[in-house]
Ligand binder design. Structure first.
Ligand code: MG
Length: 336
């Protein structure tokens, strides 16, 4: 019989101690974590600290290209990266439904450990709660991360200026479309993987190199490219004009979107970044991205304008255009 997580596993007694040893400490190997103290005590250098937190509730927990564990590490690593911070330490809190398979939990923890190594970040503290059947759907994970900003400059959504160029590091909508497919409710099958990946090793060298030329970076997760650009347009009080023909979209994502009446520009990404770059460095930055494995399909997709502040416009090949609104949100729940 396959082993299942029991309420007692989260009760704080001997069963919890065993679960922590056998599932977590065998995969999360940071010495500070394994001391088992109430808080990890960390070496820190002086400078600016970035801090972020995110809860992950994706369903199904495992999907082509990744799982909730890879997502929970990548999502927090990427949010630190977008602020120009080198991710250093993560914490992870698990809320598990009674009856969840122990082997599935081990697989998720292993995936988190591997993604943390890939990103060069240490998981230094954690918490586990087990709740009654129905109190949570299978497993939810919250990760918090801290990172270090080297030097004085860091990019921000409020720093876009008219004339700046808009760059995307690859195809849009892959994660959202892959999750919809993985739910198996569509009656269609296609070869499509989530793009979930930590982006710090690709992006932080660009900030070090181009410095203030990198005005803003943001990962277009929930709400996709369109909503994320609306946020930047609002923060910087500028408009953003996109050229539809230049936005990379996989044919599979286009197909699924057309079937469901969805717009790939609003689908979630978990391994992509929008970069707002000064005009004089934009082409060079795209060239450097294209030489990295995760940035091979990077493209210049638009520009920042002073007119109609707050608006995002999509220009088509015939010279026409339409506004890409903020949207109502929550069209696709539990995508991340
Ligand atoms: Mg983000």
């Amino acid at each position: 019989m396959t082993s299942k997580i029991k309420l007692a596993d989260g009760g704080g007694g001997e069963a919890t101690a065993r679960l922590i040893r056998e599932v977590f400490w065998s995969r999360f190997t940071d010495p500070e974590l394994r001391k088992g103290n109430d808080a990890a005590v960390l070496e820190w250098s002086s400078g600016k600290t970035a801090l972020t937190t995110d809860a992950f509730v994706v369903t199904p927990w495992k999907f082509p290209g990744g799982d909730i564990g890879r997502l929970a590490v990548s999502g927090t690593v990427n949010d630190l990266t977008m602020s120009g911070a080198e991710p250093k330490f993560l914490t992870a809190a698990f809320i598990i439904e009674e009856g969840f398979e122990t082997d599935s939990l081990k697989e998720i923890v292993q995936s988190m450990a591997e993604t943390a190594v890939e990103a060069g970040v240490a998981i230094v503290a954690g918490d586990t709660k087990v709740v009654n059947r129905g109190a949570v759907d299978r497993i939810f994970i919250t990760t918090t991360g801290i990172g270090l900003v080297e030097g004085e400059y860091y990019p921000g959504g409020e720093k876009a200026r008219p004339g700046d160029q808009v760059i995307i590091t690859g195809t849009v909508g892959d994660h959202g479309a892959a999750i919809l497919l993985a739910r198996g409710e569509l009656g269609i099958s296609a070869e499509l993987e989530s793009d979930v990946a930590p982006l710090n090793r690709m992006l932080l060298p660009l900030i070090r190199h181009f410095k203030a030329g990198v005005r803003a970076m943001r990962d277009p997760t929930r709400g996709g490219l369109a909503v994320t650009l609306n946020e930047i347009a609002g923060q910087s009080k500028v408009s953003i004009i996109l050229n539809e023909a230049q936005i990379p979209v996989l044919p599979e994502v286009r197909g699924i979107s057309a079937l469901l009446g969805l717009d790939p520009l609003y689908l979630a990404n978990e391994g992509k970044a929008i970069i707002i770059a000064a005009p004089e460095i934009a082409a060079d930055l795209v060239g450097q991205l294209k030489r990295t494995p995760l940035g091979a399909k990077a493209a210049l997709i638009g520009e920042v304008s002073a007119e109609n502040p707050g608006l995002v416009m999509l220009r088509n090949q015939n010279g026409g255009g339409r506004v890409l609104p903020m949207g109502s949100g929550e069209l696709l729940p539990r995508i991340c």
